[in-house]
Design a protein around this ligand. Structure first.
Ligand code: HEC
Ligand SMILES: [Cu+2]
Length: 385
């Protein structure tokens, strides 16, 4: 047991050395607002203890592999060169050396065990999601993320996080911005220095929630709930991606996390809760055509245009809404389709509130060539749920 404790100590020192050498100011990356550094070759600067450990582990393993590589190839090239035939070397003849066979079995085994020790310890710490300060359920959708605060300060807050990069930038009609494809309307907001437990699941296909600076990557699987955690040491904005190929817009569902100080976080929670109450009171009102259409246009651009296109003409398997039979047909069927979905059309009952569904339905029934004149109120939506 003493030997194990000793080796662990030595390994820990080595780890700190390896990490320290490579994370020294020369190598340290400047604060890039969570964006990958231009021409960067290294990992993103870690902001959690786990990410820092992963960083050091990676460099330690790389160093060990490097030493073995240099040793093996060194001996090989030396032998080929120094013992070549033109120098008159005669090949040695030996068979079944027990000593050699034992050495080349035991030494690699020891190296592997020594490498596995710190790695296993880290994996076990990564999996320890007990005693979180805040729990957030993360749901993957084609193609956006849903966040629901379910325990801790802010419980009850929920929203969708959708890409805001305009299609004009994607299609080369406008120069791209600094945060191209890495910006969303509502980032996940969490306090610094708190243990955040992330529960992941999905409503359609497998997605994966990945934030490199946190050392966190967890698959979001439909019908399954998995979890992971992080504790960010530094306030700031951190960015990541969906890392399971999840369809047409896989590259268009970034993860953005804003880490705030505890006081700022409390303020944010207050504002978010107020915002939700405002929507709840709006749901009870009767809205004008203009209000509904204006809000509906925004909802459509954010959630529907990826498939049905901004101009309502559809593309490929995604049907046109402009002049489409549903958006110009009976209202109840239109609402039901939006609430419940159908085939590749996702259900919106759990992701959009009554106000947004009423607004987007009104918009679809009165945009482009669709001139039904129908005005849909939030109350009609809640009646159909
Ligand atoms: C992931 C892609 C996708 C997104 C996002 C999407 N839809 Fe659809 N939608 C579909 C598909 C596919 C169909 C065809 C469904 C079928 O008939 O099998 C469809 C059909 C429809 C129809 C019926 C069209 C017709 O006349 O046949 C309406 C209305 C509609 N969607 C509304 C919406 C609204 C409102 C939103 C946004 C809140 C939205 N859709 C977002 C894929 C999508
Ligand atoms: Cu995805």
């Amino acid at each position: 047991m003493k030997i194990i404790a000793r080796t662990q100590n030595i390994l820990k020192n080595l780890l700190t050395l390896a990490g320290g050498a490579l994370a020294s100011p020369v190598w340290a990356l400047e604060d890039t607002q969570g964006l990958p550094p231009v021409n960067g070759m290294n990992f993103q600067t870690p902001v959690t203890e786990i990410a820092a450990t992963l960083y050091s582990l990676h460099h330690l393993m790389l160093a060990i592999c490097g030493v073995i590589f240099a040793g093996v190839f060194g001996v090989m090239f030396y032998s080929i060169f120094a013992h070549r035939k033109s120098k008159g070397r005669a090949p040695a003849h030996f068979h079944e050396s027990m000593a050699v066979e034992i050495i080349w079995t035991v030494v690699p085994l020891l190296i592997i065990v020594l490498m596995a020790l710190p790695a296993t310890q880290t994996v076990m710490r990564m999996k320890d999601t007990t005693n979180p300060d805040l729990t957030v359920k993360v749901t993957g959708y084609q193609w956006k993320w849903g966040y629901e605060y379910i325990q801790g300060p802010g419980a009850g807050v929920h929203f969708l996080s959708t890409l805001t990069t305009p299609r004009d930038e994607v299609n080369g009609r406008r120069p791209i911005s600094e945060t191209y494809l890495q910006e969303v309307d509502h980032p996940l907001v969490v306090p610094a220095h708190k243990k955040i437990r992330i529960l992941t699941t999905s409503s359609d296909v497998v997605h994966s929630w990945f934030v490199p600076a946190f050392g966190v990557k967890q698959d979001a699987i439909p019908g399954v709930m998995r979890d992971t955690w992080f504790k960010a040491d530094k306030a700031g904005t951190y960015r990541g991606f969906c890392t399971e190929l999840c369809g047409k817009d896989h590259a268009y569902m970034p993860v953005v996390v804003k880490v705030l100080s505890e006081a700022d976080y409390a303020q944010w929670v207050e504002r978010a809760q107020q915002g939700q109450t405002t929507i709840q009171s709006k749901v009870k009102e009767t809205l004008t055509m203009e209000e509904l259409k204006a809000r509906g246009k925004q909802v459509y651009a954010l959630h529907c245009a990826v498939c049905h296109q901004e101009n309502g003409k559809g593309v490929g398997p995604f049907p046109a809404i402009d002049g489409g039979p549903v958006a110009t047909g009976p209202l109840d069927a239109h609402l039901k389709l939006i609430l419940q979905g159908k085939g590749q059309m996702p259900p919106w009952a759990h992701t959009l509130n009554d106000l947004d569904i009423a607004a987007v339905t009104t918009y679809q029934r009165n945009a482009w060539r669709n001139q039904t004149g129908d005005r849909v109120q939030p109350a009609q939506v809640s009646a159909l749920r």
